[in-house]
Design a protein around this ligand. Structure first.
Ligand SMILES: Nc1nc2c(ncn2[C@@H]2O[C@H](COP(=O)(O)OP(=O)(O)OP(=O)(O)O)[C@@H](O)[C@H]2O)c(=O)[nH]1
Ligand SMILES: [Mg+2]
Length: 436
């Protein structure tokens, strides 16, 4: 009797164990399915984002031309009558006003966004006409991208090309102002990047470039930023940097930069150390930046402070640009890990940005055109010591669009932010105020 009960008991235990295993298998299966579904959803979201970005399509067919905004498609501008030319000038003025002094002309592309292309002669005449139109609008043009259209079915036909042209106003004493907050972990290379961009001289990896941007003496000795340093980078109407044009090798003054520039990027070099977080938060809120450069040391990766600064930018709805720096001293496997982690954090539900690795000039243009939508997060991999990929970053800064429509704010109530105060001997207290 005891034996039979024991047998029954062991049978029950076995049955229970089998059930447990089955349950475990079932829950594992559910987990896998759930993960697959989440991955599928994430992929759909990302591909949805890709579809929204006009230039990212593989066949290079653009979205249909928009009547609003600062982008104009023009297939051919040849044999223009006087009346048509006048109309084109008025249209350019409108596009320039839409971009607050900047417009982009897509030559060789029809209104539907199809790249029909132009022969060499047609392109020459069309570009000359754009230049003439720009002159009448007090603007200047520069070609930012040229491409040859390949049609494999027509082998013997002469090559056709399309081009992207930047038209920028050059009204004396007037310039486009873009404010960029530079944030990221302590020692990630923020001040160095600002120093290299604004002075045009590379760093030595031991703190040379940052000495140009420090405000206080103690920052020079510790190498640590503790305040908000303002530095400017000026571009003329042709898109050339005016900061470096000094034949004597001396630093160009702010007055010179402002006088020669059509567009000025003001960098707010913020502090990365946790103990200065309050100052950094003040910099990001009080200075009302248009964009946020999040600097990440390639070998350091994403840290708590990086997440704080990223979260702050997202909460303030400031479009972000990721800079992974110090790639010259980072082993390949660590760099890959950092890039993977950046991609992961950007795709998180609360962030939901499309990571876009900038490798070519085309990527630069795509990112610059789409950054205002705040859906894309360009990623630049740079070195301030070797200068690798800095040219892409400079080109991107030149093309960064103005985010704020100041004209529309004219009738709205004004807000003042007290940025800084100085005491000038013999003059008294001087304050820097930002009017929003
Ligand atoms: N090898 C190498 N070193 C770099 C690069 N960029 C910066 N550094 C070095 O990294 C160190 C830290 O740079 P900083 O510019 O002071 O860093 P930071 O982010 O401004 O630091 P905090 O202001 O304290 O938050 C300096 O010694 C720089 O020379 C780079 O691209 N390559
Ligand atoms: Mg610094």
């Amino acid at each position: 009797m005891t034996k039979t009960t024991n047998k029954k008991d062991s049978g029950d235990v076995e049955h229970k164990q089998e059930q447990k295993v089955d349950n475990l298998k079932e829950s594992h299966k559910r987990d896998v399915q759930h993960k697959k579904l989440a991955k599928k959803k994430e992929n759909e979201q990302i591909s949805g984002l890709y579809a929204e970005l006009s230039l990212l399509s593989t066949n290079d067919v653009l979205e249909k031309e928009n009547d609003e905004g600062n982008v104009e498609y023009k297939w051919k501008l040849c044999n223009l009558t006087e009346e048509r030319f006048k109309h084109l000038v008025t249209q350019m003025k409108y596009r320039l006003s839409e971009g607050q002094g900047e417009a982009i002309y897509e030559l060789g592309i029809n209104d539907e966004g199809i790249p029909l292309g132009l022969s060499e002669e047609e392109f020459k005449e069309s570009y000359e006409n754009v230049q003439k139109m720009a002159k009448l609008c007090q603007a200047e043009c520069s070609i930012i991208c040229e491409k040859v259209i390949e049609d494999k079915t027509k082998k013997n036909e002469p090559v056709k090309k399309v081009a992207e042209i930047l038209v920028r106003s050059m009204v004396e004493g007037d310039y486009l102002d873009i404010r960029i907050a530079v944030c990221g972990n302590v020692d990630s290379g923020k001040s160095t990047l600002v120093g290299v961009l604004t002075r045009g001289k590379l760093d030595n990896g031991r703190g040379l470039a940052r000495t140009n941007v420090f405000v206080h003496k103690h920052e020079l000795t510790t190498g640590r930023t503790s305040s908000i340093s303002h530095q400017i980078l000026g571009f003329n109407s042709k898109g050339e940097i005016v900061n470096y044009n000094n034949s004597i090798g001396e630093d160009v003054t702010w007055k010179d930069i402002i006088e020669k520039s059509s567009k000025v990027c003001t960098f707010l070099d913020l502090a990365g150390h946790e103990k200065y977080l309050k100052t950094t938060v003040f910099g990001m809120t009080g200075s009302v930046p248009d964009y946020s450069l999040i600097v990440i040391g390639a070998n350091m990766g994403i840290t708590r402070m990086t997440k704080e600064h990223l979260g702050l930018s997202i909460a303030l709805k400031i479009p972000i640009i990721i800079i992974i720096t110090k790639i010259d001293i980072c082993p390949e496997n660590i760099l890959k890990e950092t890039i993977d982690n950046v991609h992961k954090i950007l795709k998180l539900p609360g962030v939901r940005k499309l990571p876009y690795h900038v490798r070519t000039d085309d990527d630069v243009i795509t990112c610059a055109k789409n950054i205002v939508s705040d859906r894309i997060a360009p990623i630049f991999l740079i070195s301030c010591v070797t200068g690798k990929n800095l040219s892409h970053l400079r080109k991107f800064l030149n093309l960064l669009p103005v985010r704020r429509d100041w004209e529309s704010l004219i009738d709205k109530p004004a807000e003042f932010y007290l940025d800084q105060t100085f005491f000038v001997t013999g003059v008294g207290t001087v304050s820097e105020i930002f009017l929003n």
